[in-house]
Design a protein around this ligand. Sequence first.
Ligand SMILES: Nc1ncnc2c1ncn2[C@@H]1O[C@H](COP(=O)(O)OP(=O)(O)OP(=O)(O)O)[C@@H](O)[C@H]1O
Length: 260
Amino acid sequence: MSEVLKIFKIGGGIIDDLAQLSEFLTELARVPGPKVLVHGGGKGASQMLQDLGIEPRMVQGRRITDAATLDIVTMFYAGKTNKQVVALLQQRGVNALGLSGADGNVIRAAKRPVKDIDYGFVGDLDARSVNAALLVQLLGAGLTPVLCAITHDGQGQLLNTNADTIASSVAVALAHSYEVELHFCFEKNGVLTDVNDDSSVIPRITPGLYQELKASGAIAAGMVPKLDNAFAALEAGVEKVVIENALRINDPVKTVLCRS
Ligand SMILES: Nc1ncnc2c1ncn2[C@@H]1O[C@H](COP(=O)(O)OP(=O)(O)OP(=O)(O)O)[C@@H](O)[C@H]1O
C-alpha cells in the first residue's frame, strides 16, 4: 500500500488570529508523515482594501477581484500570510516551503469566464491544473509545501483562487502517488446538526445523509460548496475527507465523509 499523505486546508477565521494560528501549527507539526498545507486568506486583505479606500465586494461568498484588489490580496495571501505561516512552521521544526501557484508552476488556473457576474481576476482549476510531479519531489525531499490561494494562468496573470478548491484539486492530483487524506480545518468541531452547538458533531456523513442535511437546512452557507467539493474529491480517488476543528486535529472528535 502507498504512503499516507495528509493535506490540510485552514480557513480564514484561524488565519486572522495569530494565537489560534500558532496553536493550529503546533498541532500540525505533531502530525507524522508527509503533509501539504493550503491556507485561505482571512480578513486582513479586506481591512487593507478598506484602509486604502477600496470597498471589498463579495458575491455569493466570492470576492470580486479587480486589478487593485488583486494587488492587495497577492501582497497579503502570497506575502504576509504565507511567509508568516512558513516562519511559524520552521519555528516548530517543520521544513515548510511557501508557494503561490506560479512558483514552480505548481498550480496553473484559468481566469473565470464572464457570465452573469464578472468576478475579475479569479481562477478556476481542477486536478489537471496541479503540478503533481513537483509536489511529489518536494515531499520526497522532506519539505512541507504551504500553498496560498494565489495562482497564475501561464500568461503572466496572477489569479485569486478559492482555497477549498485548491485543496481538493491538489488532493485528487496526488491520489495517484499517495493514499490521500484531505482535512478541512476551521473553527467548529466538525459538521454539526446544530451550527450553534459544537457538541452536535456528526461523526460520519454519506452522500445520502448529506443530501438530507442540505435539504433540511442543517448544512448551509460556506459548508455547502466545501462538502460538494469534498464528496467530488472522494469520488475522484481521495481516500478520506475529514472536517475538523483546527485546534484539535489530533483529537478523535471530527466528521469523516464516506463514499457510501
Ligand atoms: N452544519 C454545519 N456545521 C458546521 N458549519 C456549518 C454548518 N452549516 C454551515 N456552516 C458554516 O460553514 C462555515 C465554514 O465554511 P467557510 O467556507 O465559510 O469556512 P472556512 O473554511 O473557514 O473558509 P475560508 O477559506 O473561506 O476562510 C462555518 O463557519 C459555519 O458557519
